[in-house]
Design a protein around this ligand. Structure first.
Ligand code: ATP
Ligand code: ZN
Length: 304
């Protein structure tokens, strides 16, 4: 921890010399948050270099500086103001109980913290864990969940390879991050209760100055546009004049769909935007209503 503080103080001093106008964001150097974090800021039109050995990078077209760090260090740096913003898993943030603001859910690195026990054990409900020992890297979240459910179990904090704890006799159950459940299965465990749902979030220091608040607003605006684009599809289709009213009723659109006459008399092209979630259901209804030559295109950004 002492060395972390030294690095933090050192980074902080460097920033004072470099510039007071850049906003500073900490993202994971390498791991399950990294790729999507980099992709998000690139899609926001922010240009910067990020390769293996780099620990910091200043954008060439936006007043932002990236720090590439271990994810566990990010909430602390943001709380202390060494970084202004950070991208972190909600699981790590809530476990550390740092005083930062959660600015936005980012929708990637989705996973859950779950309780698991050996596969051959008979599980009824949470009372199973009464008097049992649970190994976890998330003692605070685990204890809070057990307490809220009136279960008296003993949690043992271990920092890695939690899933082998039951097989080596270290604990009777575990509380760990699960996404597909494959790791649990290969370690002879089964998931029995969900403790916490997580995804990546954008966090901010609580005392940003006016300039940095304005920069954060610009970043949020861009992230919103990227996220709206990701959830929407642009649909182009052809239809006969007599089917247009019925097809328009099916298309929610941003306002109302554009209707463009085709060269062939009595035929029109309709353009609209639909939500990714409604995608298949709407496409099917459109076909039934007489839509032909349906094109579904990705939307890069959407500003409403
Ligand atoms: P670091 O070396 O930076 O400390 P780490 O090993 O602690 O990395 P990762 O395994 O890269 O962490 O996970 C980072 C975050 O990604 C987790 O805290 C969690 O929010 C999320 N995550 C973990 N496992 C998965 C998964 N299987 N699928 C999706 N997201 C996950
Ligand atoms: Zn970590």
């Amino acid at each position: 921890m002492a060395s972390l503080e030294k690095i933090g103080a050192c980074l902080f001093k460097t920033s004072m010399i470099m510039s007071t106008e850049n906003i500073r964001i900490a993202i994971q150097k390498s791991g399950r948050l990294s790729e999507d974090s980099l992709k998000l800021f690139k899609e926001c039109g922010i240009k910067f270099e990020a390769h293996g050995s780099k620990l910091r990078s200043v954008s060439s077209n936006f007043p932002i500086e990236f720090l590439f760090l271990r994810d566990d260090d990010i909430p602390g740096y943001v709380e202390d103001g060494v970084a202004d913003l950070g991208v972190i898993g909600l699981n790590v943030l809530m476990e550390q109980k740092r005083k930062v603001d959660i600015v936005k859910e980012l929708g990637f690195s989705k996973c859950r913290l779950s309780l698991a026990i050996p596969r051959n054990e008979v599980y009824t409900d949470l009372t199973y864990f009464n008097g049992k020992s649970i190994a976890t890297s998330y003692p605070n979240l685990t204890d809070a969940f057990l307490k809220a459910n009136g279960v008296k179990a003993e949690t043992h904090e271990i920092s890695g390879s939690v899933e082998i704890a039951p097989s080596i006799g270290l604990a009777e159950g575990i509380c760990d991050i699960v996404s597909t459940g494959g790791t649990l299965l290969s370690n002879g465990l089964k998931e029995v209760a969900e403790v916490f749902q997580s995804q990546a979030v954008l966090i901010s220091n609580k005392q940003l100055n006016k300039t940095k608040k304005e920069l954060l607003d610009k970043i949020i605006f861009r992230i919103d546009a990227v996220q709206k684009g990701q959830n929407a599809k642009y649909v182009v289709l052809n239809a006969k004049e007599e089917n247009i009213a019925q097809i328009i009723a099916l298309l929610p659109g941003m306002r109302s769909p554009s209707v463009v006459p085709l060269a062939e008399k009595g035929w029109f092209s309709l353009h609209s935007v639909i939500s990714e979630n409604d995608f298949w259901e709407i496409i099917e209804s459109l076909r039934l209503a007489g839509a032909e030559g349906i094109l579904v295109l990705p939307i890069e950004k959407m500003i409403l």
